[in-house]
Design a protein around this ligand. Structure first.
Ligand SMILES: [Zn+2]
Ligand SMILES: [Zn+2]
Length: 450
């Protein structure tokens, strides 16, 4: 529209006082609403408890970092960096990125704060949002929350196995059936030999033309990633490809065997997956993914992993620190919650029974407010709705939130120094001595449990 016409239109609009169109959230972004928070509390509590038991300490890093941090660590050819990262120039003309994954930031923090001076291993627990501009679909959000555990300064295969077992138990204790997909992608030495062999396999006649567009690029830029392409035609071509586990150097081979032995002892079921490479530049030796066990055949193809991780022994040094072996994993909180909902896993309701305090009349309300505070301090799980005058509305509220008992204080009870106690299930109500409220509540809640 030409400028002048636009101006004119604007004037007309202000005269009519046009209503603002309501805003909606960005695509791929989600609000967490009231009911969902029950799931969040459950899952985050599980993450917290496990982190504490295994002595991982909480750490938080900024959401915004230099874009180069991720380009250098995750690799410029990784999907996360090349396709999905939110990058922009800020007001100081600095290229910054919204954190697309946690590990590079945690490595940066480890180096920047001189954590190599601390007793090793340094065990970090991270819980925070990550941003990836992915194609939105079920379980794939552009902002999602990740639970991460990372262990710095520990080369032993015990560390890999322990992390995998923690991730496995996280899901098992939330009643989600998962399987661990595991592979070793070797080290600098043995991987080079393998990649050469892999490339000569793909250069055999007729194979290149069957690959997808991305995989054609991978042939020169990131050959390992040829193995985990999800395109059907590429999956077909890779059948018969050489497997890296057959070409590991002695150290990598021993490490992998010991990880698997520990997993056997810890009773963690796993599936050796020769095509698992995880798509990030920094991994060495062990890589793993956690996938849900799905009965429905059709669903299997569409399944997305709930989390994953691995060892990254060279990354700290590569990012400017001292040589420090390390490993870790990340689990998607939203995907985990989605699974709990899909499977209709009942939420544990360990909350104490609710006692609702209702009132009728202004004087009674004042006394009820005091009573509410007394009961709360005494440790009862009390609720109220003192802004409402109607007893009917208050009882409806008590019903809605699933209160076990309702205390009703009216003008008559005020004078008699009594109170009505109503069993919300049976509707039976009794007049009791005001002074005996606590013991009467205890008695009824206790009987209920028997
Ligand atoms: Zn090796
Ligand atoms: Zn492909």
């Amino acid at each position: 529209m030409p400028r002048k016409a636009n101006k004119k239109a604007k004037v007309n609009k202000t005269k009519k006082e046009k209503k603002t169109k309501p805003f909606s959230r960005l695509r791929g972004m989600k609000d967490v609403l009231f009911d969902d928070y029950r799931y969040w509390e459950l899952v985050i509590k599980k993450a917290n408890d496990l982190a504490k038991i295994y002595s991982f300490k909480r750490i938080e890093t900024p959401i915004l970092e230099k874009a180069e941090l991720y380009e250098r660590s995750s690799g410029k050819t990784s999907d996360i960096v090349s396709k999905e990262m939110y990058v922009f120039i800020d007001k100081n003309k600095e290229r910054v990125a919204l954190r697309p994954e946690a590990t590079p930031s945690l490595v940066r923090a480890y180096i920047e704060h001189g954590m190599f001076n601390l007793p090793q291993p340094v065990k970090m627990f991270f819980l925070g949002p990550l941003f990836r501009h992915e194609k939105p679909q079920s379980g794939r959000l552009r902002q999602h929350t990740q639970f991460d555990l990372e262990m710095f300064g520990e080369a032993s295969p015990v560390a890999d196995a322990q992390l995998i077992s923690i991730a496995y138990n996280f899901f098992r204790e939330l009643q989600i059936d998962v399987q661990i997909q595991i592979n070793s992608i070797g080290c600098k030495e043995c991987r080079g030999e393998y990649v050469k062999k892999l490339l000569s396999f793909y250069k055999e006649r007729g194979k290149r033309s069957k690959l997808c567009k991305d995989c054609k690029k991978r042939l020169t830029k990131n050959p390992l990633r040829l193995l985990d392409c999800k395109e059907q035609s590429c999956i077909k071509v890779r059948e018969g490809a050489p497997q890296i586990v057959d070409m590991l150097c002695e150290e990598c081979r021993q490490h992998f065997i010991r990880v698997l032995e520990y997993l056997d002892e810890l009773d963690v079921p796993y599936n050796l997956n020769p095509f698992l490479v995880r798509g990030l530049d920094y991994y060495t030796k062990t890589v793993f993914e956690i996938t849900p066990i799905i009965d429905d055949e059709k669903e299997v193809k569409r399944q997305i992993s709930l989390g994953g991780g691995g060892r990254y022994d060279d990354l700290v040094e590569f990012m400017g620190g001292r040589p420090t072996p390390a490993c870790g994993f990340g689990i998607g909180i939203e995907r985990t919650i989605l699974k709990i909902k899909e499977k209709n896993i009942p939420l544990e309701t360990r909350e104490k029974d609710i006692v609702f305090v209702a009132q009728l009349g202004d004087q009674a309300r004042r006394k009820a407010m005091m009573l509410f505070e007394e009961l709360r301090r005494a440790g009862f799980n009390v609720r109220q709705s003192f802004t409402k005058d109607s007893l009917k509305q208050q009882l409806e509220e008590a019903n809605r939130i699933g209160a076990k008992l309702c205390l009703i204080l009216g003008q008559k009870e005020l004078l008699d120094e009594t109170i009505l106690i109503r069993d919300m299930d049976s509707g039976v109500q009794e007049v009791i001595d005001y002074k005996k409220i606590s013991s009467e509540i205890e008695k009824r809640l206790h009987n209920e449990k028997k």
